[in-house]
Each structure stands twice: as structure tokens, then as C-alpha cells.
Design a protein around this ligand. Structure first.
Ligand SMILES: Cc1cc2nc3c(=O)[nH]c(=O)nc-3n(C[C@H](O)[C@H](O)[C@H](O)COP(=O)(O)OP(=O)(O)OC[C@H]3O[C@@H](n4cnc5c(N)ncnc54)[C@H](O)[C@@H]3O)c2cc1C
Length: 395
């Protein structure tokens, strides 16, 4: 891969992107808007039978990027649901609550249907003037590797990927409940499993949730093998226990939860690439890093990478137009900017997991007290909230 090619001469393509997930597709759209010639290698995703059952919690930064790509408004209303309140509970009385009102933002996050997002990104590509779909990688000034965790190109480039599997699996599914979700997201650290209900408007507007339940692998496999009724019974019991710790009655808060889709499981890990960039290549999204979904931040980090890379390339084009987008110095700027927030987010989720890994003992009291304390300390809670929301703190 040559870094001597300029933005106006050299290989016919300025950028070749490998991987057509949400990150690779967003990058292609964003670079095309700068007038760069982009090739996208995106083999069709393998059919899973269930479709993608994930519901992503997207922060303000991700929404702003999707708006700038004219993708956000193309999402059907029922495929994006605002979250106005978030209730995080420990395994006793500990709790931490966030609200859009307290954080002084319109919404805390949006819950977005993963399959709908893929669809509208794919449609937007059809109208992107400078993007060609390729069957295989072609010479370009810059190769952007967006192949996700199992990236073969990253391996071939020798970038290294320090991965630590958690031995946990996240189960995703769609649910409907008896009572309105009231734009509230719930999360219970049940030690060792973590259960999250994300308010959603499909299939029943105002009464649906996206489920993300991460558990030790054997327990997850048993739950995935259960028939629907047994799964629902175990889920409702877990939710009742969580609500009871807060003195809430499940029948009055959510009612009964029922499955509204199949269930699918994802093995979980924390990972970071040793090198994020080199002469003529760069890693973006899950190809560069992976975090536990308890923070709902994996795609947010990937879209943050996209915004940063696109900005750094645009700045270089303005200030040093002779420099190639594959110039190692330009790419190092991107890697320097993105590494730290990614490591910080990985460390935070990893720390929380470890804190709640042991079911009993002195840590149990400490972690629940800690949660309560943060809940009562307004400024610290607001700061934490803004880190997750990717929004500026109110002045
Ligand atoms: C259960 C669960 C819940 C989650 N919830 C959230 C959430 O609420 N919020 C959030 O921000 N994140 C969440 N995430 C994380 C999020 O799903 C990922 O961070 C995101 O999908 C990564 O996108 P990506 O495009 O980098 O990688 P991927 O989605 O893995 O896409 C990579 C693409 O590259 C293709 N590919 C692979 N190899 C090649 C090759 N050699 N050539 C060409 N193409 C190739 C693959 O087929 C795939 O299409 C969750 C994850 C899980 C498992």
C-alpha cells in the first residue's frame, strides 16, 4: 500500500474499505461526501435465520453522524425510540438513575433497530456518488479495515489484537410488556449476569423492549435451549427480583414480559488492536476494539472512529493537499485521538464487570453503597452521564 499517492493522482481509488457493517458503510458515505473516490468490499452478511435482533443504544455523537449522512431521518419512527430515563440497579438496594431532564439534554439515547439501520445505510450507498461496490480489494491510497472482531486483513497486516474472552454470552431478543415502557431503560447487575431492557416501539409501539441479557456461557446456552414459555418464566422472575430490590412491584411497573422474536446469542470479549494504523492502512470499529455491551458503546465507539478519521483526513486535505489520505502521519493523528477514549470505555466496563463478578462477600455491600453514593452526588453523576452520552456538559 503506497502512501505517496495524492488526493488527486495515483490509484483510481482514494480509499478502499473492507467490511460493510454499520461502521464500514458509514465511513464510505462520509468519505464520499468529501468527494473522495471510495471502493467498498462488502460481501453479503451470512443469513442467520433470525435476522439481526440487536437494538443499539446510540448516543448523541452517533445520531449527529447519521444525521449528517442523511441516514437518521430515513429510519422509520418505530425503528428509533428515544430514552428519557435510565435506571441502573445493583444486586441489592444500590441504584443509579439518569434522566434527560437532569442531564439537560433532549434524550439520553436512542434505541435503534440494528436491521433497519443496516437497511437504510445500504440504501444511502446506492445514491452516494463516489462509492463503488467491489468484489475484492483494489489498490487505493488508503485501506480502511472495518471487518469487525474476526478481521483477517488485520491479521495479515500484523496489527495484533489483544483479546480477552469473558466466557459470557449476550442473549438478544425483542419483548412486549403489558404496561407502557415510558421511555425508560432498565439495567440490573445481578452478579454475575447483567440484564438490560431497552425501550422500543416495535412490534408494539410504547410497549416493547430490546433485551440484552449477558450470562456465563453455560447459563446462556441453557436459556437459549429453553422453550419460549420457560425462557419467559425465567426472565420475568429475574426482572421481578430486580424490581423487588428497589421496592417496586413488577405487576405495577412493567407487567409481564413476553417474547416477540427469536433469541440469539453473541460471545463477549474485550479487545484492542496493538497498532491501529500504518503506512496506507487503518483499523476502524470492532476491527480495532471490542467492549462488553453492558455500556451499549461498541458501535458508538466505532462511529466515533468514523467521525474522527473523516475529520482528520479533511483537515489534512485542507492544510497539506499534496499529502495522501494513507499518509502514516495523518493516520497516527486519528489513532492517537481514538485510542484513549476507547481504552477508557473498555476499562470502565471491565471494572464494572469485575466489581459485580462475585455474588457475595464484602464487595457486595460496597458496590451497592457506591452506586447509591454516585446517585446522590449530582455533579459526578452528571459527568458520568455525559461521558456515556457523548454530549457536552451543560454550562
Ligand atoms: C448483544 C449486543 C448488543 C450490542 N448493543 C450495542 C449498543 O446498544 N450500542 C452500541 O453502540 N453497540 C452495541 N453493540 C456493539 C456493536 O454491535 C458493534 O460494536 C458493531 O456492530 C461493530 O460494527 P462494525 O461495523 O465495526 O463490525 P461488524 O458489525 O462486525 O461488521 C463487520 C463487517 O465486515 C465483514 N467482513 C468480515 N471480514 C471481511 C473481509 N475479509 N472482507 C470484507 N468484509 C468482511 C463482515 O461480514 C461484517 O459485515 C452490541 C453488541 C452485541 C453483541
Amino acid at each position: 500500500m503506497s502512501s505517496t499517492a495524492s488526493f488527486t493522482a495515483g490509484p483510481a481509488l482514494d480509499v478502499c474499505i473492507r467490511g460493510g457493517g454499520a461502521v464500514g458503510t458509514s465511513l464510505a458515505l462520509a468519505l464520499s461526501r468529501q468527494g473522495l473516490q471510495v471502493g467498498l468490499v462488502a460481501p453479503p452478511a451470512p443469513r442467520t435465520g433470525t435476522g439481526d435482533l440487536r437494538a443499539y443504544a446510540l448516543n448523541a455523537g452517533s445520531v449527529a453522524l447519521l444525521q449528517s449522512l442523511r441516514v437518521w431521518d430515513a429510519l422509520p419512527d418505530t425503528a428509533r425510540t428515544p430514552v428519557d430515563e435510565m435506571r441502573v440497579h445493583g444486586d441489592e438496594r444500590g441504584q443509579l438513575g439518569f434522566s434527560a431532564w437532569q442531564q439537560q439534554v433532549d434524550h439520553l439515547a436512542w434505541i435503534v433497530d440494528a436491521a433497519a439501520l443496516d437497511r437504510v445505510l445500504g440504501e444511502a450507498l446506492r445514491y452516494a456518488p463516489h462509492v463503488q461496490r467491489l468484489d475484492e480489494a483494489a489498490p487505493a491510497a488508503l485501506l480502511a479495515v472495518c471487518e469487525g472482531r474476526a478481521s483477517a486483513t488485520r491479521e495479515a497486516l500484523g496489527a495484533g489484537y489483544e483479546a480477552r474472552p469473558y466466557g459470557h454470552t449476550a442473549i438478544a431478543a425483542r419483548l412486549v410488556c403489558d404496561l407502557p415502557h415510558r421511555a425508560t431503560a432498565w439495567q440490573w447487575f445481578r452478579s454475575p449476569d447483567i440484564l438490560a431492557l431497552l425501550p422500543f416501539d416495535q412490534p408494539e409501539p410504547g410497549r416493547s423492549f430490546g433485551l440484552v441479557w449477558s450470562l456465563p456461557q453455560a447459563q446462556a446456552e441453557a436459556l437459549l435451549a429453553d422453550d419460549d414459555r420457560s425462557f419467559e418464566a425465567r426472565l420475568n422472575l429475574a426482572v421481578q427480583e430486580g424490581l423487588a430490590h428497589q421496592g417496586l412491584d413488577a405487576a405495577e411497573t412493567l407487567g409481564t414480559l413476553q417474547l416477540a422474536s427469536a433469541r440469539a446469542g453473541w460471545p463477549l470479549m474485550i479487545a484492542n488492536a496493538q497498532r491501529w494504523s500504518g503506512d496506507g492502512w487503518v483499523l476502524v470499529g470492532d476491527a480495532a476494539h471490542a467492549v462488553h455491551p453492558l455500556s451499549g458503546q461498541g458501535l458508538n465507539l466505532g462511529l466515533g472512529d468514523v467521525s474522527c478519521l473523516v475529520r482528520v483526513i479533511a483537515q489534512a486535505r485542507r492544510s497539506t493537499p499534496w499529502r495522501s489520505p494513507g499518509d502514516a502521519r495523518v493516520l497516527r493523528r486519528y489513532a492517537r485521538e481514538r485510542r484513549l477514549p476507547t481504552l477508557a470505555m473498555g476499562g470502565l466496563t471491565d471494572g464494572l464487570l469485575n466489581l459485580f463478578a462475585t455474588p457475595a462477600g464484602p464487595l457486595k455491600e460496597l458496590r451497592n453503597h457506591g452506586m447509591d453514593l454516585i446517585h446522590r452526588l449530582g455533579p459526578l453523576k452528571r459527568w458520568l452521564g455525559h461521558q456515556a452520552l457523548d454530549s457536552s456538559p451543560p454550562r
